[in-house]
Design a protein around this ligand. Structure first.
Ligand code: HEM
Length: 403
């Protein structure tokens, strides 16, 4: 079963197939080895949570020979185990606390207002291009201290990397060079930013990282570049996917925007439910350091383990009416931002962006209808990212639409 899913299409049917796969596996074998992908797949909530939290067995540090074909991974704390992980994360964690992020609220609101004021029309708008990508990319550019004018460049990089992942997954060669050249461009771009901050320090995160020390030693240029790449790419496509998914989840569920408008206190729960229902990372990955037992199955040392959040988040043993989208679900202990030491650094930032976006969208629009004339295309659902490449929508403004 796994093999056919992993080479599946990228439309909504592919996503539905992914969810059906999870339902089937949870009921039959919640942990399986799939020869096609050469990996162990984990479908149940309890086992997925264990993979996140039992970090000594389930390492984030992959041996060089099995890590993705990618040369900007130094300084990437998501691919590093403690103690180095703790040291790297400690350099930025204070900037991303809930309290620190609250201070970005006005900036986020201003960006949202600007984007919505400048929509190119009411119908046939690509919501991804005009809003849901630009918002998080502009916000993370602001946090890092990068020019907002470079957002189209970031979009080209992120989209090329996600397309490349898909291409690798289906073993076509075509786009490989595209991602190579994108990585080379990113390296040069960030190297220049770091050089500039070393010479001209400013009040931004790149300056802070360029001057940061761990035990009296500065990060190498390679680590800095990898770190910045993680912050940019961790911050843009994931939040883009969350906000895009909100529109998709609301489409065809009549009255949901009205409910949020009438009761804005519901917005945080709505964002959590979108994250549960369509996790931007369909799955994450770990590497076993020792043989272990998982869900009644022996998993040897030196194996790739892939917990599927799409499935764990709909585990009926953890969530009542797990298949239902419930805008006011509470509690909602989904795994979409991870668990344990690698719990998402940007969780407060992305939730605030999504909440403010929903508040303004509900205030301005009676309805946002997803157009059905063209099939929707995801980058690579089976490869682990639930992000749409585009979402054509028609907006119906409210008569008194300014918030
Ligand atoms: C909806 C938006 C987001 C989702 C769903 C998401 C999801 C996740 C998940 C599942 C992990 C854990 C990965 C693992 O354990 O292997 C993670 C880690 C991370 N996220 Fe996010 N993320 C989002 C937004 C952001 C943003 C806006 C940033 C920008 C700062 C960010 C930066 C990071 C970083 C740096 C890590 C690695 C943390 C560590 O290893 O300690 N994320 N994210």
């Amino acid at each position: 079963m796994a093999e056919s899913i992993l080479s599946a299409d990228t439309g909504l049917d592919a996503v539905r197939a992914l969810y059906d796969w999870g339902t089937y596996q949870r009921a039959t074998e919640p942990v399986i080895f799939d020869a096609g992908s050469g990996a162990w797949h984990v479908f149940s909530f309890e086992e997925a949570e264990r993979v996140f939290t039992d970090r000594k067995i389930f390492s984030s540090e992959f041996p060089r020979e099995v890590s993705v074909n990618d040369d900007l991974i130094e300084g990437n704390l998501a691919l590093t185990d403690p103690p180095r992980h703790t040291e790297l994360r400690g350099l930025v964690s204070k900037r991303f606390t809930a309290r620190a992020i609250t201070e970005l609220r006005d900036e986020i609101d201003t960006i949202i207002t600007g984007l919505l004021d400048n929509l190119s029309g009411d119908t046939g708008i690509d919501f991804v291009d005009e809003f849901s990508y630009r918002l998080p990319a502009s916000v993370i550019a602001h946090v890092l201290g990068l020019p907002r004018a470079d957002v189209p460049l970031f979009k080209r990089w992120s989209f090329a990397q996600l397309s490349e992942q898909r291409t690798q997954a289906v073993e076509a060669e075509g786009q490989h060079d595209v991602a190579r050249s994108v990585l080379a461009e990113m390296r040069e771009y960030f190297a220049e930013q770091v050089r500039d901050r070393r010479a001209n320090p400013r009040d931004d995160l790149i300056t802070a990282l360029a001057h940061a020390e761990i035990h009296g030693v500065r990060l190498s240029d390679e680590e800095l570049i990898g770190f910045l790449r993680l912050l940019l790419t961790g911050g843009d496509m994931t939040t883009c996917s969350l906000i895009t998914s909100a529109v998709l989840c609301f489409d065809g569920r009549a009255g949901l925007l009205d409910r949020l408008r009438e009761d804005p206190g519901l917005i945080p729960a709505a964002v959590e439910e979108v994250a549960r229902y369509r996790p931007p990372f369909a799955r994450v990955a770990r590497w076993t350091t020792a043989e272990t037992e998982l869900g009644g199955v022996r998993v040897p040392a030196g194996q790739v383990v892939l917990p599927w959040l799409t499935s764990a988040n709909r585990d009926e043993r953890k969530f009542a009416d797990a298949e239902e989208f419930r805008v006011d679900r509470h509690p909602n202990p989904h795994l979409s931002f991870g668990r344990g030491v690698h719990f998402c650094l940007g969780v407060h930032l992305s939730k605030l962006e999504a909440q403010r976006a929903l508040a303004q969208l509900a205030a301005r629009f009676e309805d946002i209808a997803v157009r059905t004339d063209e099939p929707l295309r995801h980058f690579d659902p089976a490869g682990g990212v639930l992000a749409l490449a585009a979402l054509p929508v028609d907006f119906r403004a409210r008569s008194s639409s300014r918030p």
